[in-house]
Ligand binder design. Structure first.
Ligand SMILES: Cc1cc2nc3c(=O)[nH]c(=O)nc-3n(C[C@H](O)[C@H](O)[C@H](O)COP(=O)(O)OP(=O)(O)OC[C@H]3O[C@@H](n4cnc5c(N)ncnc54)[C@H](O)[C@@H]3O)c2cc1C
Length: 492
């Protein structure tokens, strides 16, 4: 078999991979080669389907201003931005993962988040304010910690990174699947590549695995995830099939994160099985259904099954898809009245729905038992309080009273026709099980030693449990890829 060599190999050409390759190159690695299984037209992994918002520690409006140099001052003045402290980020991670995230890695993620996003900006990445904000009296209120996305969303980020990497002389080899890792649990020397028309071995001082999760692999989903995962829709790329994760485990890498779980969010029940389309502007996915805090959700029996108002969707959406998948037929309906629809942050929800002037007629259209749905809505309406005042900008404490399954915030009666129902199922974004790394992003083995020459970043890391605060994946990529690239460049 042909043998070739370079300094640093990066597996994948998604956002984590570009960040690792650029970091390695900037830290002095001369020959950096990225190996991407997908054809060129499909490179980029999950970022291609994402809006790529970033959650990171910052000091508030004065610091965010520096990321938006071209925005006219009058427009910037409409933005209401609170600081997001290291304590805030730690508290969010601890609450979402039920305290199970490795504290060392949580500290790396939090303490390096600001530096990593600044590093991206210094490398040439441009930023824009998120579309996700509440507009009240002409002011745009942003949630703590989530204010920016990369200009042009996922496709914009990939185009920018590819330009920067190419300029730096990073070589990107498309249609080049890694089909084996050369080494053992002590050290890694290179990879085997199945490229179009040829197979070869590529050797290097360091290998950085950025090959994503295993969510697009049916067999691995069935093996590790609970429930009817054969039928789950994959929100992102179909190329994340987890074989590199398996090679690393076979080598002796230590598994970490929650293998029986993943980021699963509500998605249009009629979405395609893979690669739900992006908006034309690249800012968000047309099939996401995240306005459920403005209404109620019922299953195929017409019964509510989770607290739609537990917190803002950014703190609940990643587990809500799982809740839907656990319902009969893995389906549910989000039910809104006119008041709720008016607050939709995602106008694409208009694309696929049923509407009626009475709940009874809506039930008929959905094929639900009308008496059950009317009873669910009536009981919910009777449990809604008159105060405190409804406030869409933040959890308002307006909670139902006396229901077995409460709605803890934003509880307003569903009483203003027309009534609208959005059919949803669960879509998987990425899996939580992966390999363990140390604070240099070096992969650890089952004997608790770092594997020499082997680094990892992105969804292939085992990091999260139960739930996930929105927009943490991209930050994690930047943090661990920068560390991986810089340490890999110095590996010998
Ligand atoms: C619809 C959607 C919206 C999202 N929105 C956000 C958001 O706004 N903010 C946020 O933080 N996160 C978001 N995410 C999550 C985020 O996009 C992912 O966490 C992130 O893109 C993962 O990056 P990655 O580089 O690890 O993996 P990927 O981007 O999936 O890249 C993995 C790459 O590895 C390649 N590969 C796989 N196997 C091999 C092999 N054997 N050989 C060679 N190459 C291989 C794949 O082709 C792919 O290019 C979103 C995800 C989706 C799907």
């Amino acid at each position: 078999m042909n043998k070739e060599a370079c300094d640093v190999i990066v597996i994948g050409a998604g956002s984590a991979a570009f960040e690792a390759a650029v970091a390695a190159r900037k830290a002095g690695a001369e020959r950096v080669a990225m190996l991407e299984k997908a054809p060129e037209a499909e490179f980029g992994g999950n970022a291609r389907y994402s809006g790529t918002g970033f959650r990171f520690v910052h000091k508030g409006a004065s610091e965010i201003r520096g990321f938006l140099p071209d925005m006219p001052q009058a427009r910037f003045d409409t933005m209401r931005i609170n600081p997001y402290t290291a304590q805030d980020f730690h508290a969010d991670l601890a609450r979402m993962t039920q305290g199970r995230m490795d504290p060392k890695l949580a500290e790396v993620l939090v303490s390096e988040s600001n530096r990593a996003v600044r590093w991206m900006a210094e490398a040439g990445i441009k930023w824009e304010p998120l579309k996700e904000h509440a507009l009240v009296d002409g002011k745009r209120y942003f949630e703590r910690g989530i204010v920016l996305h990369v200009a042009g969303g996922g496709p914009g980020q990939l185009a920018q990174w590819r330009g920067i990497a190419t300029e730096l002389g990073v070589e990107i080899r498309y249609e080049s699947a890694v089909c084996g890792v050369i080494g053992d649990m002590r050290a890694v020397e290179g990879v085997r590549v199945a490229a179009r028309g040829r197979s070869y071995e590529l050797y290097a001082r360091a290998v950085i695995a950025c090959s994503g999760g295993f969510q697009a692999n049916k067999e691995m989903r069935a093996r590790y995830l609970p429930g009817a995962t054969d039928f789950i829709k994959v929100r992102g790329t179909r190329h994340d099939t987890g074989e590199v994760t398996r090679y690393l485990l076979d080598l002796g890498a230590r598994p970490a994160g929650q293998w029986q779980s993943g980021h699963m969010s509500p998605i249009d029940a009629n979405a395609p099985d893979f690669e739900a389309p992006q908006h034309e502007d690249g800012l968000g996915n047309t099939q996401s259904r995240y306005d459920y805090p403005q209404g109620i959700s019922v299953n195929a029996l017409g019964v509510r099954f989770f607290d739609e108002g537990e917190a803002q969707h950014s703190y609940t959406y990643a587990k809500t898809g799982r809740a839907v998948l656990a319902q009969p037929g893995a389906r549910a309906f989000q039910i809104y009245d006119r008041k709720g629809v008016k607050l939709f942050r995602y106008p694409e929800h208009a694309a696929s729905f049923e509407e009626a002037d009475t709940i009874e007629d809506l039930a008929e259209k959905l094929g639900l038992e009308p008496r059950v749905l009317c009873d669910t809505v009536a009981k919910f309406n009777a449990a809604c309080p008159d105060e405190p005042a409804f406030d869409p900008r933040k959890p308002d404490g307006r909670a139902t009273r006396g229901l077995e399954i409460p709605k803890s915030n934003w509880a307003r009666p569903i009483d203003t026709p027309p009534y609208r129902a959005l059919p949803v199922t669960g879509g998987i974004t990425f899996t939580f099980g992966g390999v363990e790394v140390n604070s240099h992003a070096q992969v650890m083995n089952v004997a608790d030693q770092p594997i020499r020459g082997l680094y990892a970043s992105g969804d292939i890391l085992g990091l999260f449990f139960h739930n996930y605060p929105s927009f943490t994946g991209q930050t994690r990529n930047a943090v661990f890829s920068r560390l991986a690239g810089e340490h890999a460049a110095r590996a010998n």
